[in-house]
Write a protein that binds this ligand. Structure first.
Ligand SMILES: [Zn+2]
Ligand SMILES: [Zn+2]
Length: 130
């Protein structure tokens, strides 16, 4: 009976040691990965990380870098011939904020193009990649 109990204690102790060893190894692995991705996360928000994974779109910091223009009262537009947003097909009004895509100089409502660019890394008009 005593032998049997010793055997049980031995099994419990050795399994315990195995588990502790595993935890230490796993923690070290997670720790080293965590350090790398910590810098990534600090550069962009969590949501933009998800967007990057979910689609082929641009992340928010990149989109925010594109220049914006506010339509003034005289409706002076960067290109006077384009007075309609190609995404929502509404005419630009005074105080509308437009975002210009630098590579092709096409412009759109800031809220329209932001949503588009989160999902697609192309210009909705000319399909240029950035
Ligand atoms: Zn629009
Ligand atoms: Zn374009």
């Amino acid at each position: 009976m005593l032998k049997y109990e010793r055997y049980i204690v031995f099994v419990i102790v050795s399994t315990g040691l195995c588990i502790v060893g595993f935890i230490i190894i796993i923690r070290r692995k997670i720790g080293s990965q965590g350090e790398e991705s910590d810098t990534e996360i600090s550069r962009s928000t969590n949501t933009s990380q998800l967007e990057k994974v979910a689609g082929k779109g641009l992340d928010s910091p990149t989109i925010k870098m594109y220049p914006t223009t506010v339509v003034d009262e005289s409706l002076q537009l960067p290109k006077p011939t384009d007075n309609v947003c190609p995404i929502c097909l509404l005419e630009y009004k005074a105080n509308d904020i437009l975002r210009t895509i630098p590579s092709c100089a096409h412009y759109f409502h800031v809220h329209c193009i932001d949503e588009w660019l989160k999902r697609n890394a192309t210009c909705p008009l000319c399909r240029n990649y950035y």
